[in-house]
Design a protein around this ligand. Structure first.
Ligand code: SF4
Length: 249
């Protein structure tokens, strides 16, 4: 029996077309083959995990094709989400019947800080995100937003909450807004640790300001993006499936 309240995130590969300053992706993460991804779905099924997030790196650059996998997962009864930077998506992505919702990043309401945190891949990634959100709003498709809270953008959260409220008032369907605390690790986070690091107290204060508001969507704190009581992470390393720190076979 699949439980859609239990979430499994698949790291399909480490490749990406961006160079985010806080990226925690480790280049040692292997690339799953299609067979390995399908095996992972079987493991999820056996564990009763009903909500699968297809992620990367950037999943739309995964060579077997993330929409091929989403169709397969959907046919097996999973609720499917794709966590993407939104740069490379097919023209019909918003109507894709196998995807329940997209998980998109937005680091600030204005372009300057978002684009400073998320360089590479597009002249203004902020503009790409606003375009994707508008496309999803027009077809009534749900979206989950994620923000990495760092010393660069913590003061931006109130303005971002205002912006998301207006988006929702105009018909945008926000499933939830996740606030991840910056982690000084990985190919981006380690490099920018000194300038982006945020204390737990400052992170909590920034989150509480927006969580204290009455917003038309859930706001979820994620003080440690690598660990969660309700989410398991799956990837391949050296040809073996990893679940958190666990090796399966
Ligand atoms: S955080 Fe940025 S660089 Fe890292 S995988 Fe995601 S989109 Fe790519």
């Amino acid at each position: 029996m699949l439980d859609v309240n239990v979430v499994g995130v698949l790291f399909l590969h480490a490749g990406c077309n961006m160079r985010c300053g806080f990226c925690i992706t480790d280049d040692t993460c292997g690339s799953m083959t299609l067979d390995e991804a399908l095996t992972t779905l079987e493991v999820l099924e056996a564990r009763g995990v009903g909500n699968v997030v297809l992620g990367g790196g950037e999943p739309t650059l995964w060579s077997p094709g993330v929409f091929r996998l989403s169709a397969e997962a959907h046919a097996r009864g999973f609720l499917v989400q794709i966590g993407t930077n939104g740069i490379v998506l097919p023209s019909d992505y918003a109507q894709n019947p196998s995807v329940a919702r997209y998980v998109l990043p937005l680091e600030s309401a204005g372009a300057e800080i978002h684009d400073r945190m998320r360089p590479g891949g597009a002249a203004s990634h902020h503009a790409v995100m606003l375009g994707r959100l508008e496309e999803l709003r027009k077809v009534g498709r749900q979206v989950t937003l994620s923000t990495v809270v760092s010393a660069w953008n913590a003061q931006e959260l109130p303005a971002l909450a205002d912006w998301l409220s207006r988006y929702a008032e105009q018909g945008g369907r926000i499933h939830a807004w996740h606030l991840y605390r910056f982690v000084p690790e990985g190919r981006g986070g380690e490099v920018n640790a000194d300038s982006m690091r945020i204390s737990l107290a400052d992170y909590e204060a920034a989150c509480e300001e927006v969580k204290g508001r009455t917003l038309p969507f859930s706001v979820l704190k994620r003080p440690d993006m690598r660990h969660s009581k309700t989410v398991d992470f799956f990837w391949y390393e050296g040809g073996r499936l990893q679940v958190g720190s666990e090796v399966w076979a």
